[in-house]
Design a protein around this ligand. Structure first.
Ligand code: KIV
Length: 291
């Protein structure tokens, strides 16, 4: 199929026309599969701290770790729009930090946009990045980098006051220049209201069907990550169970000798084998003579 790379302009153009499908990826192979399956956008999420590195949350992910994974993902992507998370404390501090760290992520890994978690407190950083030519995707509602403050992975904006605050954040992020906003774990009516109020697309995760697009963590939707499955995840496959079964069969076949067979082995011409045997026989004679 002919390549047709998704651009930032497509995000705005698709709003109201067709839904955007976004997924996370953290390595070359899975990025290539997702890209060939036709996703619009691949996110190298800092969720890699949990699903790839086995940590309890996303807070300890570093910029170097993000760059390492983004470089691998970039090699597998041809058409999808590639976005990377800015890790915790690489942008909250100052606009200068945000610019320097985003520039590194951009230059060293080749991603096309960054995602920042947060609302009013990071508006200056969003403006600074956009002014410098770095596209920014917002992320509000449940923001896992602030898990200590939020007191756990909980639905946000259930009461009107909190919901209105999230709406205000969304509108301010749009004004600051975000090209799209992720809404995580918020009630569906709130996500729908935000989607109607904004000109830029909303990408929901645990935010109902009223958003302009959806995002899921690849390892969650494939049934690979088994520590915890949020209620909003739909498992499209049980690859974790399939992998375990495959590895069990391998272990058993190695132990009982049924793997490898001739089909998995390389042959040698009889005259060449004879020479090898002759060499070994000669070695034996020499060893015997020395004794
Ligand atoms: O890190 C991540 O994977 C994310 C998505 C859940 C949106 O931020």
């Amino acid at each position: 199929m002919k390549d047709k790379p998704i651009t930032m302009a497509d995000f705005r153009a698709f709003k109201g026309q067709r839904k955007l499908a976004m997924i996370t990826a953290y390595d070359y192979t899975s990025a290539r599969i997702a890209d060939e399956a036709g996703v619009d956008c691949i996110l190298v999420g800092d969720s890699l701290g949990m699903v790839m590195l086995g940590r309890e949350d996303t807070v300890s992910v570093t910029l170097d770790e993000m760059i390492h994974h983004c470089k691998a993902v970039k090699r597998g992507v041809r058409n999808a729009f590639l976005v990377a998370d800015m890790p915790f404390m690489t942008y909250e501090t100052t606009c200068r930090d945000a610019l320097e760290n985003a520039a590194r992520l951009f230059r060293e890994s080749g991603v096309r946009a960054v995602k920042l978690e947060g609302g009013m407190a990071i508006l200056p950083q969003v403006r600074a990045l956009v002014d410098a030519g770095i596209p920014v995707m917002g992320h509000i509602g449940l923001t896992p980098q602030r898990i200590a403050q939020l007191g756990g992975f909980k639905v946000q904006g259930k009461l009107a006051e909190a919901a209105i605050h999230i709406l205000e954040e969304a509108m301010q992020l749009e004004k600051a220049g975000c090209f799209a906003i992720v809404l995580e774990a918020v009630p569906a009516p709130l996500a729908e209201a935000a989607t109607k109020a904004l000109r830029i697309p909303t990408i929901g995760i645990g935010a109902g069907s009223g958003c302009d697009g959806q995002v899921l963590v690849l390892h969650d939707m494939l049934g690979l990550y088994q520590d915890f499955t949020p209620r909003f995840v739909k498992q499209y496959a049980q690859l974790g169970a399939a992998m375990k079964q495959a590895v069990r069969e391998y272990v058993s076949e190695v132990r009982d000798g049924s793997f490898p067979t001739d089909a998995h082995s390389f042959a040698m011409a009889p005259q060449e084998i004879e020479k090898v045997h002759a060499f070994l026989a000669e070695q034996n004679v020499r060893e015997n003579e020395q004794e």
